[in-house]
Write a protein that binds this ligand. Sequence first.
Ligand SMILES: Cc1cc2nc3c(=O)[nH]c(=O)nc-3n(C[C@H](O)[C@H](O)[C@H](O)COP(=O)(O)OP(=O)(O)OC[C@H]3O[C@@H](n4cnc5c(N)ncnc54)[C@H](O)[C@@H]3O)c2cc1C
Length: 316
Amino acid sequence: MSINTEYKKWLSEQLGDRVGFDEPMSVHTSFRVGGPADAYVISESVEVFTKVIRWAGQNKLPILVIGDGTNLLVKDGGIRGIVISMVQDMRKISIEGKAGDKIMVKAMAGARMQSLCRYAVDLGLEGMNFAAGIPGTVGGGIMMNAGTRIGSVGDVLDSVDVILSLDLREKITRKDINFSYRKVDWSRSLKSDPEEKPIIVSGTFGLKKSGSSMLKKEAEKLIEKRMVTQPKAFGTAGCFFKNPEPEKSAGELIERAGLKGKKIGGVRVSTRHANFIVNEGEGTAADILELKEIIQNKVLEMFNINLEPEVKIVGE
Ligand SMILES: Cc1cc2nc3c(=O)[nH]c(=O)nc-3n(C[C@H](O)[C@H](O)[C@H](O)COP(=O)(O)OP(=O)(O)OC[C@H]3O[C@@H](n4cnc5c(N)ncnc54)[C@H](O)[C@@H]3O)c2cc1C
């Protein structure tokens, strides 16, 4: 359902210049493609955020909460309903106390993963360096179980504060969340509706005391490695497909299928990293989706392997 005049009026009255209508999603995603969202809300506090979500729920308006849009492909027709971003204000990071040998660090969902990494490194807290160089927010990182071969969010997350659509604020502890490769299963913690996707307000991470300068060196090395192996200057959402098995890289399969450098419209399979699709400037979501199909079909035909996108595809 799209946003009618009455809904626009309510949103404008509540949010002032923190709501925009027909907002192009190309400016809110790292792929730099995507049509307009009916309404785009920049939330200023948990209270306002909760109010909008509750109102949208009552009026059956779809909501999509996003972080930095670094793992999102929004289709060219855009998004019907309300997109909510937390990146402007919900960014606080703080020490919450101790539990056993762990120091508990709480980060709001809109905080950048990089800020959390730097915060931990500066205080000599070990555990976050797997995320050195991963773009995006804490909220997006938790939803994606973001990580690399050396670790992922699920390894260090202790609990999350979430909002459920029924307006319930809840704390969910790690033992009730099932993390796997770039996937999070909430069904154990969501008693009323196992299909529901919670909205992350904050995450608390359990980190161990260690040495700041050693952690700093390690983080710098990891970031340097990324600079060499990943394409720069183009619109991208990082690895487009999941690796089909831990030892079988999607990038390698795409390269062996002869698709490195393959171009459709304004987008291309990166010549530097075959699992990156890059927008060279004038690309559209339709170009990316066409290239995705070509890659999937070729890899299936040659290796009998179905590549599953890691990037979340949304909109119409
Ligand atoms: C150059 C580059 C390199 C990358 N390297 C890596 C890497 O090494 N490892 C890796 O794992 N990823 C990598 N990524 C992908 C991406 O950075 C991560 O998936 C990141 O965690 C996404 O965070 P985000 O804030 O941008 O989320 P978004 O892209 O905005 O959203 C991702 C998903 O999370 C949901 N979401 C976001 N915030 C919330 C919230 N508060 N509550 C509920 N749902 C929410 C969205 O609805 C969406 O489904 C890379 C991307 C780029 C562009």
